[in-house]
Design a binder for this molecule. Structure first.
Ligand SMILES: N[C@@H](CCC(=O)N[C@@H](CS)C(=O)NCC(=O)O)C(=O)O
Length: 209
């Protein structure tokens, strides 16, 4: 029996990779786009689903779930395996899939956030800190070197074929590029990202490149 799912999202937000995954997997669900500027994420009804007042939030047969990475990994388990887009539980590649997807959110993401807080025009200049921004940029280059190494002898993170691991890691790296990180010294990542961006689900989630 297919569960009833409602995805709460907003354009160009942390929910976008989840929107992308739903489109790539072609899983039926209801999608509710919240107007964050209007504070629709802070209504009592929404806070009862996600006390953080954030998107993405996914409600599966009445049970709410939050945090994009958790939702993406769950979608992989629930729908990706049968579509050949996520390794089965007894496949050693599952270990690789969990490592790289978590790496993108737990290691890469916080460094990117540090750069944004320390230097972005979108953040109050009182928070800016040039040495911290430089330090974080060097950290980010190191993380990109690690991913570049992973792509040295395989076109996709797991190997020969595209998977949800590329979707998850690719969305985070795409966001880094969008916010000004240079990929000039990382030719394999740049080429991999172009291949990912050519997929229709990527374009419909993020809009034209
Ligand atoms: N760690 C969370 C972050 C979610 C998040 O920060 N969502 C933002 C949009 S990018 C949001 O809903 N902000 C609304 C608000 O803070 O009022 C995740 O990955 O799901």
């Amino acid at each position: 029996m297919h569960p009833q799912m409602v995805l709460y999202a907003a354009p160009f937000s942390s929910a976008t990779p989840v929107v992308h995954a739903f489109d790539e997997l072609d899983v039926p669900h209801e999608r509710v786009m919240l107007d964050l500027a209007q504070g629709k994420q802070r209504t009592p009804e929404f806070l009862a689903l996600n006390p953080n007042g954030k998107v993405p939030t996914l409600v599966v047969d009445g049970t709410p779930m939050f945090e994009a990475l958790a939702i993406l990994q769950w979608l992989g388990d629930r729908y990706g395996v049968e579509r050949g887009l996520w390794p089965a539980a007894d496949d050693p590649a599952r270990l690789v899939a969990l490592s790289w997807t978590t790496w993108s959110y737990a290691s890469f993401g916080p460094v990117l956030r540090c750069i944004l807080w320390a230097s972005s025009e979108r953040v109050d200049a009182k928070l800016h800190h040039a040495p911290l921004a430089d330090f974080a940029r060097a950290e980010l280059r190191g993380l990109l070197d690690v991913l570049e190494g992973r792509l040295a002898d395989r076109p996709y993170v797991l190997g020969a074929d595209y998977s949800l691991v590329d979707l998850v890691v690719g969305n985070v790296v795409f966001y880094a590029k969008h916010t000004g990180a240079s990929l000039d010294d990382h030719a394999r990542i740049a080429a991999w990202l172009e291949r990912l961006q050519a997929r229709p689900a990527f374009r419909s989630a993020w809009g034209p490149a």
